[in-house]
Design a protein around this ligand. Sequence first.
Ligand SMILES: C[S@@+](CC[C@H](N)C(=O)[O-])C[C@H]1O[C@@H](n2cnc3c(N)ncnc32)[C@H](O)[C@@H]1O
Length: 216
Amino acid sequence: MNGEVPGEGGGSPGEQFWEEHYRASRRPSSGRPSGALVRFAGPLPGGTALDLGCAQGDDAVWLARRGWRVMAVDVSGTALARAATNAEAAGVSDLIEFERHDLASTFPDGRFDLVSALFLHSPVEFPRTQVLRAAARAVAPGGLLLIVEHASAAPWSWSDPDTAFPTPEESLAALDLDPSRWHDEFVGAPKREATGPNGQRATVTDNVIALRRLAR
Ligand SMILES: C[S@@+](CC[C@H](N)C(=O)[O-])C[C@H]1O[C@@H](n2cnc3c(N)ncnc32)[C@H](O)[C@@H]1O
């Protein structure tokens, strides 16, 4: 899947927004994986992974380089095409399958050893909690669910600076998971130094939720 995908962008409001976003920005992605992914998936032996909202593929490529077989999903065909180009450049195309889904209406099939939803936010209407519950159902027994979400508004964010963000415990409760079937590996709100689209720097807070589905 190389190059831009023509003729897309006429679908749901989510697809329209994100297609426009990626088409308007030709800035390459950082090429670096998310810090939380490195922290929680780095020690794992590999397996199958589902990356929801994969953008231009930095996390999927990092996982594939470590031997994971990755299903990388996004609503934007343009983002997926760029992710596929990045995977090819990294020599890991054979380990990553790309699927376009508007997760508001369709979800990939299968169970995975790792399911990640990293900053799976959207400024247009998006049933995020419902999608994150589907993400939890897609975790294979013994597998890891990793959710990272904004818990503060960076100065360059589209969020209203007065947005009230949930605590990580509130986000976890919204998933409505059976506690007897899940182990909380980490539920917290660490701070990190973030870089904005024009190189601006700021300290931001993320909610990080890492849950293991018990094998039984
Ligand atoms: C804020 S970006 C985060 C990207 C990346 N995961 C990261 O950590 O940098 C959100 C991503 O989710 C995708 N996305 C937003 N709404 C979506 C939807 N309804 N279905 C599938 N992907 C969606 C966007 O296209 C975008 O690539």
